[in-house]
Design a protein around this ligand. Structure first.
Ligand SMILES: [Ca+2]
Ligand SMILES: [Ca+2]
Length: 467
């Protein structure tokens, strides 16, 4: 049902992984906010390079035979980018690094950073104060986004009469009040909507007492409960990836309570990593496969915001992919992605998906799983290590995978992007990048991954409050 391998169609002259590797190196660059840089960042037209691309070339795996494979290229690019950071390839007086950080082209002398805000003279809208944060606009929006109901005329009149400081204090109080609402945290509320693409529910396979499907596999409402719990009150958002507990949901009103076990869950406690190892994730994303690539790529996409199928988050590991399961991933078109994806997958080797000939093992961690159940897949499959790599860092098993992931910039960026899209209405634009970066850095640092605290920052951004 899901493709086992990821290969690139056709052979382009520009390197397909380039944009992804660039963004792994500079996650805060405006060129990487909600998008990936286009080919003309380094090329006039591939394969012809612009002055920035030409300056990089000698630093790419110097001495290695040309052309470089996509895998070797992806491995060598970060060091080459670092090597030319202090240079000024296009001679416009601004270093390559500063241009990358400020969102101008390092290969185009006509593109230079300019110190202006978004507001220009003549850019006035009679309805709103466009150049500055409009508290009335933000207040209306906040009540709609978090409470699900617009302010009444009386509320708005009262709000307008407050001083600006009191208006922000009122918005803070309303944010905290509305975050208690069913609209925000209840079943199918705003937070559940954020969880949909992470959980990928399928009604047919819904198990458990509520909304049971025709072919029940697992109760993914447990996954929604854990996700929501980690996003509310003063809880640590990282625990969606690392929790050793489950979360029970009671209704009328909705309440979420951490519990050591649930009748609908089966993973032994030492091998739990939040929603990565829920019964639904393991059954649905591992499914029948020996090598659970979908489980790894789904976790990478859902919680770290990186989609390997779009060549995002490529950190090629030298010597990979080894193709332990003879899936054919060493062909050049596939290796570019699998040099990242396969080492990302190895830690999941002992997590059993749906195994019909020994069904009770399904959804469990089974030591020597490949040796016991999949040794006929290939002669070398039993050599698959449980150690893999995430962001080029060695991880021993899924628990470490989840910890490294949860503490990464990618996690904070992905989490804040979710709320940016929900509240601002679109992924951060290059103009919004400075506010966006400040918001995720404070989420990670000052706010210690508390979503509720981060939201108080987010509603103060110009992106949110300027009509
Ligand atoms: Ca320059
Ligand atoms: Ca420039």
């Amino acid at each position: 049902m899901l493709a086992a391998t990821l290969c690139l169609a056709g052979g382009a002259s520009a390197k397909p992984p380039a944009g992804g590797v660039f963004c792994s190196t500079y996650p805060s660059a405006p060129a990487c906010t909600g998008q990936q840089p286009s080919c003309n960042y380094c090329h006039i037209a591939p394969p012809q390079r612009n002055v920035f691309g030409a300056g990089l070339e000698p630093h790419l795996a110097p001495g290695a035979a040309r052309p470089l494979s996509d895998t070797d290229f992806a491995y060598a690019l970060p060091a080459a980018l670092k090597a030319v950071e202090a240079e000024d390839a296009d001679g416009d007086g601004v270093s390559n690094l500063e241009e990358i950080q400020r969102g101008t082209f390092p290969g185009d002398a006509t593109s230079v950073p300019v110190d202006t805000g978004r507001c220009q003279a003549g850019d006035t809208n009679p309805q709103y104060d466009v150049c500055r944060y409009d508290t009335r606009f933000a207040y209306k929006r906040l009540l709609l986004d978090v409470c699900g109901v617009p302010p009444t005329y009386e509320q708005l009149k009262e709000f307008s009469a407050l001083s600006r400081d009191d208006q922000f204090a009122r918005m803070d109080a309303e944010l905290d009040r509305c975050a208690q609402s069913e609209f925000w945290r209840g079943k199918n509320g705003q937070l559940w909507k954020l969880a949909h693409p992470k959980i990928r529910p399928l009604g047919t396979f819904k198990a458990g007492p509520e909304d049971t499907g025709s072919n029940p596999l697992a109760d993914y409402y447990d996954d929604y409960a854990l996700y929501t719990y980690t996003q509310i009150d003063d809880h640590d958002a990282r625990e969606v990836m690392t929790a050793k507990y489950y979360v029970r949901r009671d209704t009328n009103p909705t309440r979420y309570t951490p519990v050591p076990s649930l009748p609908t869950q089966v993973m032994d406690e030492p091998h739990r990593a939040g929603n990565l190892t829920s019964k639904w994730s393991i059954l649905y994303f591992v499914m029948f496969s020996a090598m659970p690539r979908n489980a790894a790529s789904q976790a990478y996409r859902a919680y770290l915001g990186l989609d390997i199928a779009k060549q995002e988050g490529l950190f090629s590991v030298p010597g990979e992919p080894r193709d332990y399961d003879h899936a054919g991933v060493t062909s050049p078109a596939c290796a570019a992605c699998h040099a990242t994806l396969d080492p990302l997958t190895y830690p999941f080797r002992n997590y059993q998906g749906i195994y019909i000939y020994d069904y009770p093992t399904s959804g469990h961690y089974v030591p020597n799983r490949l040796e016991k159940y999949f040794s006929n897949v290939s002669p070398i499959i039993t050599q698959t290590p449980e150690t893999g790599y995430l962001f080029g860092q060695k991880v021993n098993g899924v628990i470490e995978w989840a910890e490294v992931g949860a503490n990464s910039d990618a996690f904070a960026i992905a989490a804040v992007t979710d709320y940016w899209k929900l509240l601002v209405g679109h992924p951060p634009t290059p103009e919004e990048n400075a506010e966006f970066v400040a918001t995720w850095k404070r989420f990670k640092g000052t706010h210690q991954y508390r979503v509720q605290r981060m939201l108080h920052d987010l509603i103060r951004t110009e992106a949110y409050g300027a009509p």
